[in-house]
Design a protein around this ligand. Sequence first.
Ligand SMILES: *Cc1c(COP(=O)(O)O)cnc(C)c1O
Length: 302
Amino acid sequence: MLTPAALPTPLQVLADPALARAGVELRLKRDDLAHPAVPGNKWRKLAPNLAQAVADGHARLLTFGGAYSTHVRAVAAAAQALGLASVGVIRGEELAAAPRNWSLRAAEAAGMELEFVSRSAYRGLVGGEHGEHGALLRRWGRCLVLPEGGSNALAVRGAAEIPAEIPALGARDLLCCPVGTGGTLAGIAAGLPDGARALGVAVLRGEGYLEGEVAGLHRAAYGREFGNWRIHHGHHGGGYGKVPAEVESFAVEFERRHGVPVERRYVAKTLLAVHDLAAAGELAPGTRVTVVITGLPDPVGG
Ligand SMILES: *Cc1c(COP(=O)(O)O)cnc(C)c1O
């Protein structure tokens, strides 16, 4: 059985002098504490899909990801807990013969079968409609196919639970989260009450593209678009997975000051963006910022 999530996740008020100088309040929504095996936003996005998989009588989950995908590990752990089989289609055929990194080792240890595909085949599979999955489904049989990063309509509805757990949101509230595939931001924006807004921080180069992804997820989940969100593109740090020295030292200092573990590829960039926007006077005084801590740091030495 899958351990239930610890919900609602804690809301933590932080005293941060740099933000206080700008008249901005800072709170953390500690979704990193939601679940021991399926952390952070991966829980929010997977939970409704898992319920659907069980309701539809699926015996196997199939998904996609890179060599260090948190989503792939989360699917493996959730499938194992539910007694389902799982398949991870991994980008990079050269990885098949290489020693497994810590992330793929964890997925395999949870019983996931890995299939390695070339980068071009991967692009076709991830971007493609079901036609492109034909060969995979022939090999693996009937599966619930979850997209890369887990962002689909059900996932968006799961992430909409995040703001629903925060009391008394209103016009001075800005909810912030990282943007990888955009499902988390889409859900947060959709779950906000009137007046409150959402700000996503892109962790990869994706201006225009990411906005299209979020709008598409809104149409898929709710049949309409929302006007209460935007994406900040100034803190991707050079691209997905890149952690510049400035981001690293900010994260180290944030951890020291506040005692909160800071995941580097997503959360550190988001916190630094909020800090820089406040310092630059781009957040109106009186704004109450709630940063959703979407996940846990990678294991040390991993
Ligand atoms: C996967 C992940 C994200 C990305 O969320 P999207 O819904 O894909 O935008 C953000 N933060 C952390 C910690 C993650 O592991």
